[in-house]
Design a protein around this ligand. Sequence first.
Ligand code: DGY
Length: 332
Amino acid sequence: MRIVVTRRPPGDALDMLRSAGQVWVWKEDTPIPRHVLEEQAPRANALYTMLNDRVDRPLIDTAKRLVVISNMAVGVDNIDLVVCHERGIPVGHTPDVLTETTADTAFGLMLAAARRFRGGLEYVRRGKWDEWEPRLLLGHDVYGSTLGLIGFGRVGRAVARRATGFRMSVLYAARHRQALAEADLGAHYVTLPELLRESDHVIVAVPLTEETRGMIDAAALRAMKHTATLVNIARGPIVDSEALIVALRTGEIAAAGIDVIDPEPPPPDHTLLHLENCFVIPHLGSSTERTRAAMAELAAENVIAGLRGEPLPAEVPPPSSGGVGNRRSLAG
Ligand code: DGY
């Protein structure tokens, strides 16, 4: 069995894969070039991919021997699930193991953006820290404020758990109401317009789908409070970058915390990278040693099970099962 791995994973994943077949790995510290992936796909029984590999219909059409695809990510918007379903190729991903780490990142970005950590860092680096100033870099409170979660899946709920410690009121907009989680976390189900209007901090935690693409557009940003923070830990294209630039420049919203951006990677002169009220990190949501190793190993377990014809430990539901939020129902 030939297993094609598009980037060297952390942890014990490669050893695990080697016990299941012959492993070919792209060894460079850059994403695998498309033409190399195209050369490898037809010879692969299993594809072990990263979230920035495009696994689309043309690629899958050439991969006649493929029996399993395993993405080392929870998000699978880089994979054409419809064609995989048509071909009966199970797709694995890495839910659960990254939930808490990603929620930490979301919370960290909210604090950093709302409390103007970037402005503080730049101030210090420019040698401007002189005397204590009563009006220096005034931000907005997180403790005791209202948090709006767009998406109330694993990560959204994990953020809500953190918010209770900060005595925040939690609103959420999602495809389905989740009565049990509401009771557990004291969160309130609202429509997207209500959430945007009422929240002091808005965190985007939905998967990228055709319905959520561009969901946070100019109108959504205008609906937010002038003092509000927007955090995106989901996927860049859910937020319209140009509209966000306008909103941050004109003060329609106060600040943004960005783990994912459109385009990704951004060119070095992308305006969002240079605004003082935009705190940007390079898609580090799940980036701790323990979590990335767990993701890599779960992705390897998915490959191994797929090659044996067994159910994958973490299989992506078929595209028709609608496991994700959509804009219409979020809008209420
Ligand atoms: C994922 O797994 O989809 C995350 O974006 C990785 O950090």
